[in-house]
Design a binder for this molecule. Structure first.
Ligand code: 13P
Length: 332
């Protein structure tokens, strides 16, 4: 437990956040193809090596999340990914859920799977160098959705995963994501996010999960992506922090997902959060908002690796800068 607390604190250390590069094979393949890159295991590996070997990554990134395929791969020089990023001062993490699957009995909703055999997989990942693990549950906002059944089922799975991680000495990154799909106003997202997080808290408590040894990875509270009026960063920050206030002071920290927000918007929202004093750090664990510009700049060209890395470094630096504002606004 002690080591989980230490690693969790490291993940949310002042001025740092986590890079989520853990897209499943199917999702990553789709993104590569869209960028004009053939979706092979080798190209997925080359792309992840580009990200993970970005010069100065550790200045703004405390950790990087991979999927199972990448954690089993090596850099071109033969160094396994986990060792290579540790050597660069970044903690390697692993996505351990096996995806959001249609939930029998709950039409249109999903429950995230991956609990079967989880302790053995966690032991394996810890053995090959992983320091933390991630599990993502997704919730759709719709007419009467998310249902109480989806909220409860996903919260229970998140808690079982989190307890298993701590038993294996891996820090769980607990990700309940209320999706941006839809035209709902920000108030509706706030309401749903509060209910979803309350269920997660309850289940974590029932299973004795140590909140000082987890990182919460929630969605920001924003309007649906088809809503006509985008909320200001101040509004997003205020609404998000208000929901988060239900978490005890002992929670290690919060690292937001980006959820499909344009990169600059995610950064502006993150910066606005820093103006609110909270007992836990508020940082980033972005996927798309960090890596999309890098993939676009590289698009598979060996000669453009440095351009891809520069694009990633620029987004990491901007978000690290945003979270560093906290120290200026709230001197210890
Ligand atoms: P996004 O920041 O693209 O939402 O990804 C974060 C993540 O880890 C998804 O599970």
């Amino acid at each position: 437990m002690g080591s989980c607390r230490q690693i969790a604190a490291q993940l949310v250390a002042p001025g740092k956040g986590v890079l989520a590069a853990d897209e499943s094979i199917a999702t990553m393949s789709g993104r590569l193809e869209k960028a004009g890159v053939e979706a092979t295991a080798e190209n997925r590996r080359r792309y992840r090596q580009l990200l993970a070997s970005t010069p100065g990554l550790a200045d703004g990134a405390s950790g990087i999340i991979f999927c199972d395929e990448t954690l089993g791969q090596d850099f071109s020089d033969g160094t396994p990914f986990a060792q290579a990023v540790r050597a660069a001062g970044v903690l390697p993490g692993i996505k351990v859920d096996t995806g959001a699957k249609p939930c029998p009995g709950l039409p249109g909703e999903t429950v995230t799977e991956g609990l079967d055999g989880l302790p053995a997989r966690l032991e394996h990942y810890a053995g090959i160098g992983a320091a933390f693990a991630k599990w993502r549950a997704v919730y759709v906002i719709g007419d009467g959705l998310p249902s109480a059944g989806a909220i409860r089922s996903n919260a229970n799975a998140l808690a079982r995963y989190a307890a298993a991680c701590q038993a294996a000495g891996l820090v769980p990154v607990v990700e309940p994501e209320v999706l941006m799909d839809g035209a709902h106003p920000i108030e509706r997202c706030a309401e749903v996010t509060a209910v979803v997080q309350a269920a997660v808290r309850e289940e974590l408590e029932l299973l004795g999960v140590d909140l000082a040894g987890i990182v919460l990875k929630p969605n920001m509270v924003v309007e649906g992506k088809d809503h006509p009026e985008p909320s200001s960063p101040e509004r997003v920050a205020e609404s998000t922090v208000e929901v988060l206030r239900a978490w005890p002071a002992g929670l290690a920290g919060v690292a937001f997902l980006s959820g499909g927000q344009p990169p600059e918007r995610a950064t502006a929202n993150l910066e606005a959060m820093q103006h609110h004093p909270t007992p836990w750090p508020l940082t980033f664990s972005f996927g798309r908002a960090l890596v999309d510009p890098a993939l676009a700049a590289w698009h598979g060209e060996p000669a453009l690796v440095e351009a891809g890395q520069a694009a990633l470094a620029e987004r990491v630096a901007a978000n690290a800068e945003a979270v560093r504002r906290r120290a200026q606004l709230q001197p210890a």
